[in-house]
Structure formats: structure tokens, C-alpha cells
Design a protein around this ligand. Structure first.
Ligand code: SAM
Length: 162
């Protein structure tokens, strides 16, 4: 197992244990106050794992490819990236089927919008995110949960850096 540190991007108020933390907001437990959509001040392969829960959809779709490439650059070869985001296929299917309200669909698509950095600018389904990860230099993209699970509104994927 690699000795390199793990990095959580955008933990907000709920950081996961065992990770260094990076967020654009200067919260008490944040190690690096940085914009995760910009080039990051870490050498290539600095981290063994990158975790980003409900962050990637906060950046323009025009930036997604470059951002995933940059997050991959700071990961060592063989390291894992774990991404959580709303599953828009789940939202679309469940809204059309009458299983969720229009309000719930809007929340999933556009974000809670409770503060400046809480707006969604893009969204993903499993196929789209898998293609983007593959294009950014990741392999073995796998979903950790299933659409029928209690947390199926979220897309939770892990991929390995080539
Ligand atoms: C919806 S919250 C997710 C918080 C937590 N990860 C979770 O899953 O509950 C989005 C987080 O991403 C951070 N964020 C938004 N834009 C960012 C940016 N450009 N760079 C770094 N962090 C950003 C926000 O400050 C916030 O903490």
C-alpha cells in the first residue's frame, strides 16, 4: 500500500477521515484553500487516492475534461479516484415515472444553491462519467452503488489511474 497521502476535494463541513482536505471555502479543517477547477500546486503523482463527493458538477461542462485530467495528474499511477455526484439518469427516469417530485428533480439537477459555491453547472450519468474518466486517463471505472439502492440518487464511481 502506497505511503502517499490521500486528498479529499470539496469536503465542505463533512470531511472523510484519513484525507488531506482541499476546498475553495476556508473552513476550519481545510488544509488547502484552493479552486479545484484550476491547476493544483502539487507535483505529479503526489497522492495515492483522490475523493470528490458532490463537487465535479459544480464546474462548467467545458472544464470537466481538464479538471479530471488535472486531478489524475496529482494521483500516482495505480491510484484511485472516487467521485460522487447526482445520477441524472436516476432523476430523469424517476421524474418521468412519477416517483419523485419536480422539486426533487430540480434539486438533483441544479443543486441546493444555499451559498455561492453550491450551484451545479453540469451533470452526469454513468455512461457519460465513465467516458470522461477514460478520456482523462483512468481505467476500470466501476459503480459502487446501484440506481435501486437507497442512495441510488447518487452516482458513486471509482476508477484507477493508468
Ligand atoms: C455540495 S458541497 C459537498 C460537500 C461534501 N463533499 C458532501 O458530499 O456533502 C460542495 C463542496 O464543494 C466545494 N467547492 C465548490 N466549488 C469549488 C471549487 N471551485 N474548488 C474547490 N471546492 C469547491 C464547496 O465549497 C463545498 O464544500
Amino acid at each position: 500500500m502506497s505511503e502517499k497521502p490521500k486528498l479529499e476535494i470539496g469536503p465542505g463541513w463533512t470531511p472523510n477521515e484519513g484525507y488531506l482536505t482541499l476546498d475553495i471555502r476556508s473552513l476550519p479543517h481545510i488544509d488547502y484553500v484552493l479552486d479545484a477547477s484550476k491547476p493544483l500546486p502539487f507535483p505529479d503523482g503526489s497522492f495515492s487516492r483522490v475523493l470528490a463527493c458532490h463537487v465535479l458538477e459544480h464546474f462548467s461542462h467545458a472544464q470537466t475534461r481538464a479538471i479530471l485530467k488535472e486531478w489524475g495528474r496529482i494521483l500516482e499511477s495505480g491510484g484511485e479516484i472516487e467521485i460522487h455526484c447526482p445520477d441524472l439518469e436516476w432523476a430523469f427516469r424517476n421524474y418521468v415515472a412519477g416517483n419523485i417530485s419536480f422539486g426533487v428533480a430540480v434539486l438533483n439537477i441544479f443543486g441546493a444553491q444555499e451559498y455561492e459555491y453550491d450551484y451545479h453547472k453540469t451533470g452526469f450519468d454513468l455512461l457519460t462519467l465513465s467516458i470522461l474518466l477514460a478520456e482523462a486517463g483512468f481505467k476500470d471505472v466501476r459503480r459502487l452503488n446501484q440506481p435501486m439502492d437507497d442512495d441510488g440518487w447518487q452516482l458513486k464511481v471509482v476508477a484507477t489511474r493508468l
